[in-house]
Design a protein around this ligand. Structure first.
Ligand code: ZN
Length: 274
């Protein structure tokens, strides 16, 4: 599973193909993974950014008449805009967890436990909020593959941004739920397929616990603002990722505040131990 070309469908298993979108960045890693599930009837998961070449690549891999569903793991901008063009060219409905994203009208809503039944597969939706309130994972029953959206990624950590609907406590609950699903491998929205699901999810949980402990220790030593905390905790961070780290720390602080461990008001004020 090491091949990773942009705009070319790569078969990861009999029922799963991946087409990488041309939107590599600090936030998206190599770019957004669009997954094609099934062969006769195809569900496209996360068509990605609105890029004509990428939509051509998706249709080229599956053929327009075989694409029967367009599914979204969530409605962050690197996942859904191509759904509009893809729906217009294939007639397939756009399905996602309820959302109020400007410019996007869903043809149907997927809630926890809902399933898409193709001729060769069953794809079940799991509501797994935290990274985004409307975040879904999809479980391909026949191959025990879990499409993790942005909840678990390869090669980077998921970002929980309170200003984009992120919630750390909810996210950790979703990770626990994903961990309980028996999966053969994980198909993340960014990066390569993940061969050892439990180990990767445990790594994610541990990383968040470690970060939370660091934040708490640092604040107990000396009350401070989020920018100063980020300087302390992420000394070698590249400039472009500083705002991302600040949002992540803010998400941790909000969780700790709900638990009564810290006191603070906003992303600009001083936070201290509770
Ligand atoms: Zn996202």
């Amino acid at each position: 599973m090491s091949e990773f070309p942009v705009g070319v469908a790569v078969a990861l298993s009999p029922l799963v193909r991946r087409v990488l979108a041309p939107n590599a960045s600090h936030m998206t890693g190599p770019g957004t993974n669009t997954y094609l599930i099934g062969v006769d009837e195809v569900a496209v998961v996360d068509p990605g950014p609105d890029d004509a070449g990428h939509v051509d690549a998706i249709i080229g891999a599956a053929s327009a008449e075989r694409i029967r569903w367009i599914l979204l793991t969530h409605t962050h901008a690197d996942h859904w805009p191509a759904a509009i063009t893809l729906a217009a060219r294939t007639g397939a409905p756009i399905l996602a967890h309820p959302t109020r994203e400007p410019g996007l009208r869903l043809d149907g809503r997927l809630r926890d436990g809902d399933a898409i039944e193709g001729s060769e597969f069953r794809l079940e939706a799991l509501h797994t909020p935290g990274h985004a309130p409307n975040h879904l994972c999809f479980r391909l029953v026949e191959e025990r593959v879990l499409l993790t959206g942005d909840n678990v990624l390869d090669g980077m950590w998921s970002v929980i941004s309170p200003d984009r609907g992120g919630d750390m406590a909810t996210y950790l609950t979703s990770l626990q739920r994903m961990r309980a699903v028996r999966s053969a491998w994980l198909a993340p929205a960014h990066g390569h397929a993940i061969e050892d699901p439990r180990a990767r999810i445990d790594e994610y949980l541990q990383h968040r616990r470690d970060r939370e402990r660091q934040i708490l220790r640092s604040i107990r030593r000396e009350p401070t603002t989020i920018p100063k905390l980020v300087d302390r905790l992420y000394p070698d961070l590249i400039e472009a990722l500083v705002p991302v780290a600040r949002r992540q720390v803010h998400a941790h602080l909000l969780k700790l505040r709900d638990e009564g461990a810290v006191i603070g008001r906003s992303s600009r004020t001083v936070w201290r131990a509770g």
